[in-house]
Design a protein around this ligand. Structure first.
Ligand SMILES: [Zn+2]
Length: 384
């Protein structure tokens, strides 16, 4: 329904899952909770099947109910495949399709800066496909006798797909309608960030609306606690997805202005056996705000943790060598001045640390990036 892509190199939206196959070369992944949900819906829909088709036996009613749920998820899969097909036709990559609690997510990988028209087409085809499936359900329904299983399935199939088409057309992220709205605003204002913010806030508003519906329970709703609970869970999912989109938009607004060189502290090189007190004194004298442990050839081997130095009582500092308060320089701790803001943020997320070694394009040491300096820069830019 919603498409995970669009917001550049992002982590898979849905976590781990079970790959059940490939369509158009794209892995189809099912979250384990999906099987549980299929079972719960199948069991809770069986009484309705018995009510609508009185001649049916108990066992058969569960089989029909299960078939109905599988038909629904089959529709969701077709909906997602339509996103995938259009994305691929427009030359975009699709990482995978994930079937999850509330339908599916196609993780479209879009190179930056992307194009509004492509995003529009990829998003719009989803609800159109569901509308088409719903139309097919409506068309075949009269072919079957009243009270027959086939009639019940056709009716349910039509209703579910028309509902998916309508709900997904609502203009808030993470729904397809929200992606269409974002693309339209992006096209008109040439400002993707603003488009994302607007569509994200509409998505948050829709989530609040779902909660209101669950509380008010409008006429015809009945007294379904399960249905109300489902709406609330759906609202939480929508609200958090919209919030992620808003946060990502703010990040992509700020990142181009993030300059790694400007944040890098001058580092003072010391060999491993130098006492902390002496190293700190030399660094201060040299006007450096970071310490890098180097070997005999001047090659960096460790990053002295500022926090570890601060935690060391002053009277102990002459007796502890810098190597005891340093972290070995692993590959994840080396950042390059070539990195743009986005690559920088990804790198620090992959390898969380308090200090990083910054090198230039030929590998020469430029200094140390302290995480607190990065956080301060993000805060100054209105993030975090
Ligand atoms: Zn969709």
């Amino acid at each position: 329904m919603s498409d995970g892509g669009g917001e550049q190199p992002q982590r898979p939206a849905a976590g781990a899952g079970l790959q059940v196959g490939r369509i158009l070369g794209v892995p189809i992944v099912v979250q384990p909770i999906w099987f549980l949900v299929v079972l719960v819906i199948a069991v809770s829909y069986a009484p309705e099947v018995r009510r609508r088709v009185p001649s049916i036996g108990d066992g058969t009613s569960y089989a029909v109910s299960l078939l109905f749920v599988l038909l629904l998820y089959g529709s969701v899969l077709v909906h997602e495949i339509s996103h995938v097909a259009v994305a691929k036709a427009l030359g975009m990559q699709v990482r995978r399709v994930v079937l999850q609690l509330f339908g599916g997510v196609s993780e479209v990988v879009e190179e930056q800066p992307g194009k509004a028209s492509r995003e529009y087409l990829v998003a719009a085809v989803g609800p159109l496909t569901s509308l088409l499936l719903g139309g097919v359900g409506l068309a075949v329904e009269p072919l079957f006798a009243h009270g027959s299983v086939a009639r019940l399935l056709a009716e349910g199939f039509a209703f579910a797909n028309l509902f998916v088409a309508a709900f997904n057309s609502l203009p808030g992220l993470p729904l397809d309608g929200g992606r269409v709205l974002r693309a339209l605003l992006w096209q008109v204002t040439h400002d993707k960030v603003r488009g994302t913010l607007v569509a994200g806030w509409v998505g948050r508003g829709l989530a609040a609306g779902l909660v209101a519906v669950a509380i008010v329970k409008p006429a015809g709703w009945g007294d379904s606690t399960f249905g109300a609970l489902y709406l609330v869970v759906l609202a939480v999912y929508m609200y958090s997805s919209a919030s992620v989109a808003i946060a990502q938009a703010k990040v992509s607004d700020v990142l181009p202005r993030l300059d790694i060189r400007a944040m890098t502290r001058r580092a003072f090189p010391v060999t491993a056996e130098v006492p902390v007190a002496e190293a700190v004194r030399r660094a201060r004298e040299a006007g450096a705000r970071a310490l890098v442990v180097v070997d005999g050839n001047g090659k960096p081997s460790g990053l002295v943790s500022e926090a570890a130095v601060s935690a060391l009582p002053a009277q102990r500092q002459p007796w502890v060598s810098v190597s005891d308060v340093a972290r070995p320089v692993d590959t994840g701790l080396v950042l390059s001045t070539d990195m743009d803001g986005r690559a920088l943020l990804e790198a620090v997320q992959v390898t969380p640390a308090t200090e990083y070694l910054v090198v230039d394009h030929v590998g020469a040491v430029c200094g140390v990036l302290a995480r607190i300096d990065l956080v301060a820069a993000l805060q100054a830019a209105g993030l975090r």
